[in-house]
Each structure stands twice: as structure tokens, then as C-alpha cells.
Design a protein around this ligand. Structure first.
Ligand code: FES
Length: 175
């Protein structure tokens, strides 16, 4: 007849505790290391400038007459951007979050006081900034840098796609 001694019961209990502790240590390590791995990957991506952006259809070129603009969102639905059909015939697009303090930037054909000789303007009403629609440069006001310029591609059907940025990164709020 087999009987279990009190010592073998203690041994089983010790083994169970050890196994539990090992599992707890491994689990804790995963909890600590996984976020660190994600964080370091994010920081490396930011540092190396390898952030990838989606290719997104913005409009058809036939929808936008010369001198008109279109507000859209890019690279996600929470970030506003503006597409402009310049008088030269070219299409340009910019991140429409002001590089000063993050207000919405608008495009308007109405001249702004002091810029009456211009018949189109990119402006931020918060502190009176004016940007050049041709290249996003700051023409007036406090913004420290130009508007980030979105890379555009126009396919053979005349569809316009946003596909990353040509210049001006990082985006305001992501510095
Ligand atoms: S937030 Fe645009 S000028 Fe200040």
C-alpha cells in the first residue's frame, strides 16, 4: 500500500510554489519588456525619419477648378490638410495645422489686410499668420517654420493621392 509522507507533500507544495514564482517572473518580464520594446521602436523610427504614411486618394483633379481649395484629412482622420489648385495649374497640399500653436489654417481668395496685392492666401486667424500657397513658407506672423508639404501623385485618370511628406516634418504636436 502506498502512503504519501508529510515530507513528499511539502516537496510537491514547494515545487508548485517555485513553478508559480517562475511563471510570475516571466510574466512580469514580458509586461516590462514589451512596452519598452514598443517605445524604443517608436523612438528609433522617429529619430531615423522612417515613419511611413499611407497613400490616400484626396480628390479628382477635375473636381477642383484653378484657384480653389479643398480641406481633407491626412495622414489620419483627425489631422486636417489642405489641397490647392494654384493659378499656375499645379496642385499642392499642406498639413493644415499651424506650426505656431496648432490652429486650423485656411485658404482664401479674399486678400488679407496688408496683403491686398495677393489674391490668394493661406492664413491662420489665431495670431494672423500668412503662408505662401506655392511652397508653404511663412510670409507673416509668429509661426517658426513653414507648413509641412504633402507629397502628391496624380495618376493617369487625374486622381490625386497624398503619399507622405516632401518637407516640413515633424508635424506640429508630434515634435
Ligand atoms: S496658431 Fe497660427 S499663428 Fe498662432
Amino acid at each position: 500500500m502506498l502512503t504519501s509522507s508529510p515530507e513528499s507533500g511539502e516537496r510537491t507544495s514547494d515545487t508548485t510554489k517555485r513553478t508559480f514564482l517562475k511563471a510570475l517572473i516571466v510574466f512580469s518580464g514580458v509586461l516590462v519588456l514589451f512596452p519598452l520594446e514598443r517605445l524604443s521602436a517608436y523612438l528609433l523610427e522617429r529619430k531615423s525619419g522612417t515613419t511611413s504614411y499611407p497613400r490616400v486618394k484626396v480628390a479628382s483633379s477635375s473636381e477642383l477648378a484653378t484657384g480653389q481649395s479643398l480641406l481633407f484629412t491626412y495622414p489620419n482622420k483627425d489631422r486636417s490638410a489642405v489641397l490647392i489648385h494654384l493659378a499656375s495649374g499645379d496642385f499642392v497640399a499642406y498639413d493644415a495645422v499651424c506650426t505656431h500653436l496648432g490652429c486650423q489654417i485656411h485658404f482664401d481668395k479674399e486678400p488679407i489686410k496688408g496683403w491686398e496685392n495677393r489674391n490668394d492666401n493661406l492664413f491662420c486667424a489665431c495670431h494672423g499668420a500668412v503662408f505662401d500657397p506655392k511652397n508653404g513658407d511663412v510670409l507673416a506672423g509668429p509661426p517658426p517654420r513653414p507648413m509641412p508639404k504633402i507629397k502628391l501623385e496624380i495618376d493617369t485618370n487625374g486622381d490625386i493621392y497624398a503619399n507622405g511628406y516632401e518637407s516640413g516634418l515633424p508635424l506640429y504636436g508630434e515634435e
